[in-house]
Design a protein. Sequence first.
Length: 311
Amino acid sequence: MNIAVLSTNRNLYSTKRFVEAIETSGHQAQIIDHSKCYVGIQQGNPTIHYRGQDLAHIDAIIPRIGNSLTFYGSAIVRQFEVMDVVSANPSQAITRSRDKLRCMQILSGAGLGLPITGFARSVSDVDDLISMVGGAPLVIKLLEGTQGIGVVLAETKKAASSVIEAFYGLGNNILIQEYIKEAKGTDIRAFVVDGKVVGAMKRTAKEGEFRSNLHRGGSAEIVKLTRDEKASAISAAKAMGLTVAGVDMLPSVRGPLILEVNSSPGLEGIEAATGKDIAIEVVRYLERQYAVKQAAKPISVKRKIKKESKL
């Protein structure tokens, strides 16, 4: 198989690990900067070009779409899908996962545990919004934030009101969430591939910090999930339509509460914490999907492909 890793930075740990896993599995690997791809749309002949090269030879892709390139990156993934290329994650699911509000709404509709979450636009609704999530302390999140950026813990109602009004004044969209005290600065990242948890770690915030993101100085260690945690992670990925997902959960007295479902979860932290080869699991999923697609092709098409491969 010719497998492309869609990434704007070939030096990232996750990008390099996917290339290594692809080549170890006996396939051809290529790193493609999706921001530099361009598409041709015509009847019966969709195409993608990259630096003057037609990418018709690509059999499967692993999208690593950054938050700032969600729209364009998803469009490129969608074009590959139109060309019948296997993707580690569907374009629609990637777009859906990047909208924190939509994600919460989907997970709520699926009956999964969540922190109580509020969303509003008017300053006049702030008091009721704060009451809706159980009062202070509470967490305020920018909808567009990643890696803990744009996440604020407001200890008092007065502080919460001030921060919320400031965000509104700057034209930002935000979510308000209850603060889960019993989590004590920890959360769980479960890595799901094709409906199975292939690795999990517990992340702990550094002293004086409530955000447990590794990019913010948090630490990670391997953790064995409870039955409820495993079921919640798998159900969350399924509800979002993601085949490859990093599901972040908070432990609570109500059971696991899902914070976020990430469509491009990093490999470095979880591989280091678990000692597992997570990248190879994604490649194996692509192999299974490609085999299913090949088996479904008409015999005439299979003969043509076999003939062309001998040329």
